[in-house]
Design a binder for this molecule. Structure first.
Ligand code: TA6
Length: 311
């Protein structure tokens, strides 16, 4: 089983607007609401690709109840810790005039969690990790969370024998590395920060990946957007290149990649097959206009078109 952890769950609302302009009245043509926050996008992708998944994290208020209601409608198992305050809204404004690649995100900060909430989460992670092959931690930390919270939770999950994926950024990632998660997906700037380069070249990225592999992070993937990714697995580096696709909505593609990599782990796929599969799922996610959604037929069409080279 795979457990997904969303410490800052959200209702993701996508707005389709023609000619979006700040400072004026913008009327939506279409709205789609989905249970969101990176970890819940991972959970929804896993459910769509038929993998056993349980979602946990923090939820609060009426927004939190809405999130749980939508998960029940989808048939996704969940075991959240309820906190004071309201789970947040995360807006994704898609400007049709600027083309579907123009996406403006507005992310609320979410509820403030307490020390008691953290203690409850530590117990839930320990319990779920004991019956999970993989535990994924995704997204920003909510207000009130100690910056080393991911490090603590990653350690608890690893102690229960689970493989641990960590997809976050900034100080939450920097401090989470101390617990040596088995998979991370830093962006170019984060890998640059790790090796002290503001604008890392591809060679810098490869050196940063090797450094992290040497420090015990088994798999490191750096996304290059539509150009694919550079990955390192136990010191072996790969370049993965997807075919050109018609992009509908790129928000949530990174989460789809994480979900597919966790599924590959669950299916005991070799790393090359896992990277190809995850790239196909992430590309398929970009082809649908609903965040965190894929069409299985798109994955099947994309799989043979993904190129992977060891470098
Ligand atoms: O990756 C896309 C996304 O999950 C959006 O759906 C939105 O929920 C946002 O990221 C949340 O990001 P954060 O890093 O604040 O958890």
């Amino acid at each position: 089983m795979i457990t997904t952890v969303t410490l800052n769950a959200a209702i993701d609302k996508s707005y389709w607007i023609s000619g979006f302009k700040a400072g004026t009245v913008n009327r939506t043509r279409r709205i789609v609401a989905t249970p969101g926050g990176k970890g819940l996008n991972v959970a929804r992708i896993l459910h769509q690709i038929k993998q056993p998944v349980t979602a946990t994290g923090f939820i609060g208020g009426f927004n939190g109840q809405y999130i749980l209601h939508r998960l029940d409608l989808l048939g996704i198992k969940h075991d959240f810790v309820a906190v004071e305050g309201e789970s947040r809204l995360c807006l994704n404004i898609l400007d049709e005039e600027a083309g579907t690649r123009m996406s403006t995100e507005i992310l609320e900060q979410g509820p403030t969690i307490t020390e008691d909430d953290v203690l409850q989460m530590e117990a839930v992670i320990g319990r779920l990790a004991s019956c999970s092959r993989v535990v994924t931690f995704s997204g920003s930390l909510p207000d009130g969370a100690p910056l080393d919270l991911y490090a603590k939770l990653v350690h608890i999950a690893k102690q229960q024998g689970a493989d641990v994926f960590l997809d976050t950024s900034g100080q939450a990632l920097q401090q989470g590395l101390a617990a040596k998660p088995s998979f991370i997906k830093p962006n170019e700037h984060e890998i640059g920060a790790i090796i002290g380069k503001a604008e890392p070249t591809e060679s810098d990225i490869m050196n940063g990946i090797r450094l992290l592999n040497d420090e015990g992070i088994r798999t490191v993937v750096v996304s290059l957007g539509g150009k694919g990714s550079i990955a390192g697995h136990q010191g072996c580096l790969y370049r993965v290149i997807p075919p050109e696709i018609r992009v509908a909505n790129t928000v949530g593609c990174g989460d789809a990649f994480v979900g597919a990599m966790a599924a590959a782990e669950q299916m005991d796929l070799p790393i090359e097959q896992g990277l190809v599969y995850a790239t196909a799922v992430a590309s398929a996610s970009a082809m649908t206009d609903v965040t965190g959604s894929v069409r299985l037929e798109d994955i099947d069409v994309l799989l043979p078109q993904i190129r992977i080279d060891q470098i």
